[in-house]
Design a protein around this ligand. Structure first.
Ligand code: PMP
Length: 439
């Protein structure tokens, strides 16, 4: 009997008791290779001594000081470090406790920015189908995951959705990738014209789509054109890097690889690497200055923003990702992971696409490689792959996405950046066994 309200209201999962590098160990002593870092969280693995040390030292010095009264040394240090390594133009960091909170803060920051600058008629967002921005009502309102939204409709944040940049399914015969990217980006302009550009606050998107699609990067040029369209109509570009940021795709910020600087970017997951719950919303000086010159106050806030222990832990994480070279290692090991996946599953009859960047890789599972038809949702393919992998001692992140209104399946991999060559081999072998058991 458990009193915890678990994710599954029907089953209690095994009890995790210990972490050791890339492994989680349960109460029965079973080792699980963390092939997805939970949900792209544990970039440093589970027993990083430096982070653990920083947490205990900060807990000894000062565990909490409310930001209504104080700032703290670790929060100031972490903000400096993030801005030092962020794309040029991002200047301020608003700390929160997780990904949904980071998106929520981004949406409200964007809205209030236009209130501060005398454009209160801007009240709606444009986002993309098959996106996920979090589970709080605002973040859910902008996200385009039909399954997660369904029980809560109508959602309060007015948002319309355009197509994702998803070449595997969207590119037409004879169309080159650049033309495809341009066509997809131009959907934003068409949508702006449809709803009235003067009513729109911003466009929100994940540079590399995680949970709902399985590590799908945009094609070259897509985000550059999106940026141009945002500028042309004076709307804000909000990038959600909660999952794909913090070195996950091989650079500290995923958007570096798309050559664009957003007005607002959200990060979480890898920022605390699982050692502390922390997220952040970064914005330009222009946005911050509008608050300073206007009401002087962002009408937002949670009790634990800028938490000293969380920011102290994240400061060590970010130092390791940057000066410690772990974001580069994500790029290098990610290349090897991509190659190993192509080698193992490139000809698999049920693997339609293998994609991703850095240590962020996805496999799309299809019933037929030629037609790209997904499996019938009633077969529960992603759930069965997850269960078979778990049984084999591998944590991976299979999901059913939404493909043209029907559900398809993919497997997301996001291992710790410290993964060794041997562990990479173990991951691929165990995934092979899991796919073999299901498909
Ligand atoms: N945005 C993205 C892109 C995410 O992947 C997630 C979590 N999967 C969130 C927001 C929400 O983050 P959290 O679960 O920490 O609230």
């Amino acid at each position: 009997m458990t009193h915890v309200f678990h994710r599954s209201a029907r089953a209690t999962p095994p009890v995790a008791v210990r972490g050791e590098g890339a492994y989680i160990i349960d109460k029965a002593g079973k080792y699980y290779l963390d092939g997805s870092g939970g949900a792209a969280v544990s970039c440093l693995g589970h027993s990083d001594a430096d982070v653990i040390d920083a947490i205990s030292r900060q807990a000894g010095d000062l565990a909490f000081a409310h930001t209504g009264f104080f700032t703290s040394e670790p929060a100031e240090r972490l903000a400096d470090r993030l801005i030092e390594h962020a794309p040029e133009g991002l200047d301020k960091v608003y700390f929160v406790s997780g990904g949904s909170e980071a998106v929520e803060a981004a949406l409200k920051m964007a809205r209030q920015y236009f209130v501060e600058t005398g454009a209160p008629e801007r009240h709606r967002f444009i986002a993309r189908r098959q996106s996920y921005h979090g589970n709080t009502l605002g973040a859910l309102g902008t996200g385009g995951n039909a399954w997660r939204r369904a029980p809560f409709q109508p959602l309060m944040v007015e948002t319309s959705h355009i197509a994702p940049c998803y070449a595997y399914r969207g590119q037409e015969d004879g169309e080159d990738l650049v033309d495809y990217g341009r066509r997809m980006a131009d959907e934003l302009e068409a949508e702006l014209q449809r709803v009235g550009p003067e009513t729109v606050i911003g466009f929100i998107a994940e540079p590399v789509v995680g949970a709902t699609m399985g590590a799908v990067p945009a094609v070259p040029g897509y985000f550059k054109r999106i940026r141009e369209i945002c500028d042309r109509y004076g709307i804000l570009l909000i990038l959600d890097e909660v999952m794909c940021g913090m070195g996950r795709t091989g650079t500290l910020f995923a958007c570096e690889q798309d050559g664009v600087v957003p007005d607002i970017v959200t990060i979480a997951k890898g920022l605390g690497a699982g050692y502390q719950p922390i997220g952040a919303t970064l914005c330009t000086a222009e946005i911050h200055d509008a608050f300073a010159a206007g009401s002087g106050f962002f009408q937002h806030g949670h009790t634990y923003i800028g938490h000293p222990i969380a920011t102290a832990a994240a400061d060590v994480v970010v130092t390791k990702l940057t000066d410690g070279g772990l974001a580069h290692r994500s790029a290098d090991m990610g290349e090897r992971l991509g190659a190993a996946l192509s080698e193992a599953f490139g000809q698999h009859p049920s693997v339609g696409d293998i994609r991703g960047r850095g240590m962020f890789r996805g496999l799309e599972i299809v019933a037929d490689r030629d037609t790209k038809d997904p499996f019938d949702p009633s077969e529960g393919i992603h759930r069965r792959i997850k269960a078979a992998a778990f049984e084999a001692g591998l944590i991976c992140y299979p999901m059913g996405g939404t493909i043209d209104g029907s559900r398809g399946d993919h497997v997301l991999l996001a291992p710790p950046f410290i993964l060794t060559e041997d562990q990479l081999g173990e991951l691929v072998d165990k995934l092979d066994a899991a796919l073999g058991a299901v498909l």
